[in-house]
Structure formats: structure tokens, C-alpha cells
Design a protein around this ligand. Structure first.
Ligand code: RB5
Length: 147
């Protein structure tokens, strides 16, 4: 599995935590930044390239972090083929993989701490899509998107 990771200035610390987690888990990853210690950046400039990598199959999954996770998730979900879940609890982290087949995860560094963010990311990365009854529902999203 290859995972692309990106943040704006509001998510830099948790992005570094997540990169550490991916290294511990032995998961290949691509870090798209930001390298924005000196100032603020615009989250769409990081969400779109990461989401496009997932949509094109250049990465299997993506993890995005900003202050709230909201801007990153809104931007990523504009890219065709992306199902980005904004998650701040471990129950939803598992459920969104199992039910929604989410291919990107967004979190907010001003919302949760680094320990919970690591737990959420680990659970999300390890959980599998269940298919079955969910296939019809996810399929309707794909059909709508294709129209
Ligand atoms: C940046 O100040 C902040 O707006 C951004 O990190 C994010 O929370 C947007 O949704």
C-alpha cells in the first residue's frame, strides 16, 4: 500500500505524527508537504494534488490534515473518484472504510490531539471495505459522479 499525506500550516504537527506512524507500520508514503514553517498556505493547493494522486492510482489512499479537516475534505471530495471522510473518532474511522470505502481520510489538528489522530489513522488504514449491501450505495455515488 502507498499512502499520500499532505497538510496546510494548521495540520503540520499531526502530519508529522502520521508520517511517523506510516514508517512504524512499514507503509510506503509520499509527503506532499506543506513545508510552511514560515507562514500560512492555502489548503486546496495541497488537497487537490494529493486527491489527484489517489484518483489516478498513483497512491492507494491519502491522509489530509488542516486546522479543522473540513477545508481539506471539501476540496478532496471535488476530485472525481475521491471519497474523503472527515473523521475525529475511532468508531467512524473503521465504519467509513467498511461502509463507504473511503479512499482519503481528513482530520483537524485544532480538533483532536496527536494520540487520537494516530489511532484513527491506524484503524482507518487497517480496516477493509465490506462490500455486500454497501456496494449498491457506493455504486450510486459513483454513478452520480459519472453522469
Ligand atoms: C487555516 O487557518 C484553516 O482555515 C485551515 O487549516 C482549515 O481549518 C480549513 O478548513
Amino acid at each position: 500500500m502507498k499512502v499520500v499525506v499532505a497538510s496546510d500550516h494548521g495540520g503540520m504537527n499531526i502530519r508529522k505524527e502520521i508520517i511517523g506512524l506510516l514508517e512504524e507500520m512499514g507503509i510506503e508514503h509520499i509527503d506532499l508537504g506543506c513545508e510552511c514553517e514560515a507562514g500560512s498556505v492555502d489548503y486546496p493547493d495541497f488537497a487537490f494534488p494529493a486527491a489527484e494522486m489517489v484518483a489516478k492510482g498513483e497512491a492507494d489512499k491519502g491522509i489530509l490534515i488542516c486546522g479543522t479537516g473540513i477545508g481539506m475534505s471539501i476540496a478532496a471530495n471535488k476530485v472525481k473518484g475521491i471519497r474523503c471522510a472527515l473523521v475525529h473518532d475511532t468508531f467512524s474511522a473503521k465504519a467509513t472504510r467498511e461502509h463507504n470505502d473511503s479512499n482519503m481520510l481528513a482530520m483537524g489538528e485544532r480538533v483532536i490531539g496527536p494520540g487520537l489522530a494516530r489511532d484513527i489513522a491506524r484503524i482507518w488504514l487497517m480496516a477493509e471495505y465490506e462490500g455486500g449491501r454497501h456496494e449498491n450505495r457506493v455504486g450510486k455515488i459513483k454513478t452520480y459522479e459519472a453522469e
